[in-house]
Ligand binder design. Structure first.
Ligand SMILES: Cc1ncc(COP(=O)(O)O)c(C=O)c1O
Length: 380
């Protein structure tokens, strides 16, 4: 078969948009070895270092002994275990919601939510910077997709005002994954009430990094948010997606969300690890304190070096460089200093908005932060 795949790849290379996989050896959370060199990672989403927390690892080992490694079946066939039920109970409590449901990944959860709650007669109103999984879910649902400029709630209201569709889904991220800024949840709750929309908040990057009572936390606003989506793959340190909502909405997902119905369950080992991770977050508040101390130190240090960064609202601190080639060159230069921060480029971010997406973890030491700042000094 003749195809033009090679040409498409060549075009990407010319535009500095080509991606390749880089193998990291001996990955120990914030450290790894790349092409024989020791490197420090400031690019993962393991914001609390829970992927390697001793309690989480013990819980996972014990679960493997009890359940093995796989889930063997879809949840509705023979895939639901006590590990799933107890994790879902924990998530519902953590998010101040009646019930919860876990999916194989956050991506699948978003596909499930959008396709279960919307169909071709409905309208999905979405922030422009929402994640690919939300966009794809909306497209797959067949609903009309209307996008408002990032955090421009006046434009959002204009769209909602004109909507005559039977069901309106209002969709946002809480912490935006590539910019690290936060949605104005009270503003969105006001709009959803005024226009009778279903408010869906993707809290992939916010889950676990705020105190429950903080205005950054979806749990704090749980009464106003209909559907809180999240992932177990970032601050929770493992893998899997979740939805927390009223029981009726969760029952709806069990019956209509195809990525839930037609996919093998999340393995029990990941459920047990995630449940323990939520317990660690609740019982070891020092981790959260350490994360925010690190965030402030990285932000202040980079600002002093002359980088222009927005006020930190999460563990994601992007240094926007614009040009894709410039971002790739900066990645290589940092790598020469032992720092691994891949350049994030189109289509993950808009064209011409390439960036170094620095992510901070509670697992970074004061020395790690000094190494980061030294490398950025050389870049400046
Ligand atoms: C905002 C957002 N939603 C959803 C996802 C998908 O989550 P997962 O990695 O668990 O599939 C991601 C992951 O990158 C994300 O950033």
């Amino acid at each position: 078969m003749k195809n033009n795949y090679r040409q498409e790849l060549e075009e990407l290379k010319q535009k500095n948009l080509y991606r390749r996989l880089r193998v990291l050896e001996g990955n120990e959370g914030t450290r790894a070895v790349f092409e024989g060199r020791k490197i420090l990672l400031f690019c993962g989403n393991d914001y609390l270092g829970l992927s390697r927390h001793p309690r989480v690892m013990v819980a996972a080992h014990q679960a493997i002994d009890r359940y093995g490694v796989g889930a063997r079946s879809a949840r509705l066939i023979a895939g639901t275990t006590e590990a799933h039920a107890s994790l879902e109970k924990k998530i519902a409590e953590f998010k101040n919601k009646e019930a919860a449901l876990v999916f194989g990944s956050g991506f699948l959860a978003n596909l499930g939510i959008l396709t279960a709650f919307a169909d071709k007669d409905d309208v999905v109103v979405m922030d422009k910077l929402c994640h690919a999984s939300l966009i794809d879910g909306a497209r797959l649902s067949g609903a009309e997709l209307r996008v408002f400029p990032h955090k421009n709630y006046e434009k959002c209201e204009e769209i909602l005002k004109k909507c005559t569709a039977p069901r309106k889904l209002l969709v946002t991220e809480n912490v935006f994954g590539m910019d690290g800024d936060r949605a104005d949840l009270p503003a969105l709750i006001r709009l959803k009430k005024k226009y009778g929309a279903l408010l869906i908040v993707d809290d992939a990057h916010g889950t676990g990094i705020f105190k429950k009572t903080s205005p950054g936390s979806t749990a704090h606003f749980s009464k106003g948010i209909d559907v809180i989506m999240g992932t177990l793959s970032k601050a929770i340190g493992g893998l899997g997606g979740f939805v927390a909502a009223d029981q009726e909405l969760i029952d709806h997902l069990v019956n209509f969300a195809r990525p839930f119905i037609f996919a093998t369950a999340l393995p029990p080992v990941l459920c047990k690890a995630a449940r323990e991770a939520f317990c660690v977050i609740e019982e070891e508040p020092g981790l959260l304190k350490k994360l925010w101390t690190n965030i402030r130190e990285v932000h202040q240090g980079l600002t002093k070096l002359g980088f222009s960064l927005a006020k930190p609202e999460s563990a994601i601190l992007p240094v926007i460089l614009g040009d894709e080639g410039k971002a790739m060159a900066a990645f290589e230069k940092l790598l020469a200093h032992g720092l691994f921060i891949p350049a994030v480029r189109y289509p993950t971010v808009p064209k011409g908005k390439a960036r170094l997406r620095i992510t901070v973890s509670a697992a970074h030491t004061a020395q790690d932060i000094q190494t980061l700042l030294k490398a950025f000094k050389a870049l400046a």
